[in-house]
Design a protein around this ligand. Structure first.
Ligand code: ATP
Length: 199
């Protein structure tokens, strides 16, 4: 799996629809200070479901929508699409190419799409679970993160290793199964009580 394209429209400094194309291997984005390099990393995090405006270097989510300049009016919507090459099948979808889109309006409404079909945030999170590319994944290492990992407590470091090793999915499934088991045990207790009362 690799990132093939990013299309941005109305996201931070990207007023006009802008498409960036990447190939397999290493790509580098260069540009002067303030030209929007970090905004591209923010856009990737955002599509992957980031919910914190602070992580996206804003104070409220609306800050990700183009705010206007002296020459251009503010926009009412931001939209970013990531297209990933999935010919190795790492993403659990039967497509060689997967496009994930997130859209948000100033009103606060927004939506997620996978291959142009509306979906829930949870679907986007599940799609990237344990691929290392989720919004909590380590596909984006911001400035200072390496120091943070080195200085982390052992439990925090363990969770980082678990995420990169791809076992978080199984941990979540185990938690869900344990919850269902507990519910079933409670239902059984209730049935036992009813049988006792009736007999
Ligand atoms: P550096 O090399 O200094 O880290 P950079 O290339 O990473 O810079 P960014 O931080 O990505 O630059 O971009 C900052 C620019 O994005 C600023 O000019 C800022 O005004 C602009 N910007 C951020 N949010 C918005 C917004 N909502 N609307 C319009 N412009 C925005």
């Amino acid at each position: 799996m690799y990132l093939k394209t990013i299309e941005l429209h109305g996201f931070k400094s990207f007023t006009d629809r802008t498409k960036l194309e990447f190939g397999p291997g290493v790509s580098v984005i260069v540009g002067p200070n303030g030209s929007g390099k970090s905004n591209i990393a923010d856009a990737i995090r955002w599509v992957l479901g980031e919910q914190s405006a602070r992580v996206l270097r804003g104070s409220k989510m609306e800050d990700i929508i183009f705010a206007g300049t002296k020459k251009r009016k503010p926009l009412g919507m931001a939209e970013v699409s990531l297209t990933l090459d999935n010919s190795d099948g790492l993403l659990p979808l039967d497509y060689n190419e997967v496009t994930v889109t997130r859209r948000t309006y100033r009103s606060g409404e927004g939506e997620y799409l996978i291959n142009n079909s509306t979906c829930r945030l949870k679907d986007v999170q599940n799609l990237f679970a344990d691929t290392g590319m989720g919004s909590d994944g380590f596909s984006i290492i911001p400035q200072g993160k390496v120091d943070e990992i080195l200085n982390a407590k052992s439990e925090e470091r363990r969770s980082i290793i678990e995420e990169t090793a791809g076992i978080v999915k199984y941990r979540n499934r185990k938690k869900e199964a344990a919850r269902k088991l507990q519910e079933t045990e409670q239902s059984l207790d209730r049935i036992q009580d009813i049988i006792f009362e009736l007999s």
